[in-house]
Design a protein around this ligand. Structure first.
Ligand SMILES: *Cc1c(COP(=O)(O)O)cnc(C)c1O
Ligand SMILES: [Zn+2]
Length: 426
């Protein structure tokens, strides 16, 4: 494994306590060592592990991250901090495909991870590296899911956690979870971008380990969303993979995973990435529209708090991912996000608002003719339906796709129940 700065080329040891370049503060890039096999033999190694350890075995054997350990972080078992995580389902619901306007839309539901979002896939690796480098504390800035995940994995590792979130701009579900897992939680008077600046300064001057997705080990773990998805497709990739994009950690991880899977002969065709932003937080989409000529920053505003980010940290890696996959970046309105969420929720699948941006983006691109209705698409549902309960009981537009379903208060007798059943049948 080689860890090197993408800006100045500085090389670091594999137990480095630095999550960004100590010389120039640039992003670090990890090149995994060559695995023991390639192509079909490597597929077989991963497939055998998946079928042997689906339910039994140690947490590490069961993990959908550490199943791919040669491509993630080769290390001794004793260092690994795993719940386990991963092994998320690939779902298909006719109503959602129909809504998007496509024959086959599959949804990989990362909300099925232990703390309810894909962040666990990166966090198991970040906390493992924190242990390997002897970190005495770990910190992150967060819109909520990173902090929940970091708090949980830090508790598991026995490493104190410090979390910075924008005051008043994080959902109650995520805040409650972070506090419950025991992280020291700071409500910062500012937005996410202020929190990230503060946590980077703390990492530099106070010596705490940085847990944000700037940390290259987070990216290595998040690659396994793609490896596992390819495995679930029998190593036969879809035409498109759509995901919501905020700080661009996941977009970067997906690009890196597809590049490595292709180089190792795990796949022969490269799916196109569709990164979807909320239109009130779309600096990456604006830049894509001008072929990435300029880097943009905005004051972010959207109902989808997990992607309410105005100055994405993994910008250069994100650009590389879109270029490598011949990808597309789109922006969708909050109304379109909530409408898609309503359809996903009413199908029984459910997800948090940011996740629904991926489906809204697919629908928009089909309408524009960029995605053809016969193409195969997998969208990533990044977070669980319970993450953002405040948004569930409100509806402020009158789209025919919204399914307002207010609870009904009744007297405690059978005829009241009967009246409700009758009106539901009509
Ligand atoms: C973190 C997160 C995102 C955004 O991912 P980035 O890596 O920041 O682009 C999207 N959805 C959910 C639910 C998240 O928690
Ligand atoms: Zn550097």
């Amino acid at each position: 494994m080689i860890i090197a700065c993408a800006s100045c080329g500085e090389k670091l040891g594999d137990r480095t306590p630095h999550a960004t370049c100590p010389k120039c503060d640039g992003l670090l890039n990890i090149t995994p060592a060559s695995p023991p096999a390639r192509g079909e033999a490597l597929q077989k190694l991963f497939d055998t592990r998946a079928s042997n350890h689906a339910m039994c075995g140690t947490p590490i054997q069961q993990s959908g991250v550490w199943r791919f350990r040669e491509l993630v972080l080769p290390t001794d078992d004793a260092s690994i901090v795993s719940h386990p995580e991963g092994n998320t389902p690939l779902l298909q619901r006719g109503v959602v495909s129909h809504y998007a306007g496509i024959d086959s839309l599959r949804m990989k539901h990362e909300g099925h991870n232990p703390t309810g979002s894909f962040k666990d896939r990166g966090m198991t690796v970040a906390l493992t590296q924190a242990r390997r480098c002897g970190a005495t504390a770990i910190a992150c800035a967060s819109t909520g899911n990173t902090s929940s995940s970091l708090a949980s994995y830090a508790a598991h590792a026995g490493i104190p956690a410090l979390v910075m979130v924008p005051v008043g701009r994080i959902s109650m579900g995520k805040l409650a979870q972070t506090v419950a897992y025991g992280a020291r939680t700071l409500l910062v008077r500012g937005d996410f971008d202020d929190c990230l600046r503060l946590v980077r300064e703390s990492a530099q001057s106070l010596g705490v380990y940085l847990g944000n997705s700037l940390n290259p080990f987070r990216i290595e773990g998040q690659k396994t969303i793609i490896f596992e998805l390819l495995q679930q497709c029998g190593w036969n990739p879809p035409d498109w993979i759509a995901l919501p994009a905020g700080n661009l950690g996941n977009t970067s991880a997906f690009g890196k995973a597809l590049r490595e899977a292709h180089e190792l002969g795990l796949i022969s065709k490269i799916p196109r990435l569709l990164s979807v932003q909320a239109s009130g937080a779309a600096p990456f989409a604006h830049s894509f529209a001008e072929d990435f000529a300029n880097r943009h920053k905005v004051r972010a505003e959207t109902i989808a708090t997990a992607i309410r980010i105005g100055d994405p940290a993994s910008w250069d890696r994100g650009v590389a991912a879109i270029r490598f996959t011949n990808g597309v970046v789109a922006a969708v309105s909050d109304g379109a996000i909530m409408e898609a969420k309503s359809v996903i929720d009413a199908s029984g699948v459910g997800c948090e608002p940011a996740s629904a941006a991926s489906v809204a983006g697919v629908k928009a691109l089909i309408a524009r003719g960029v995605i053809k209705s016969g193409e195969s698409v997998v969208t990533i549902l990044t977070g669980h339906v319970l993450k953002d309960p405040e948004k569930m009981l409100v509806s402020d537009t009158n789209s025919p796709h919204l399914h307002p379903n207010p609870p009904i208060e009744i007297d405690a007798n059978l005829s009241a129940v009967e009246r409700v059943l009758k009106s539901a049948a009509n």
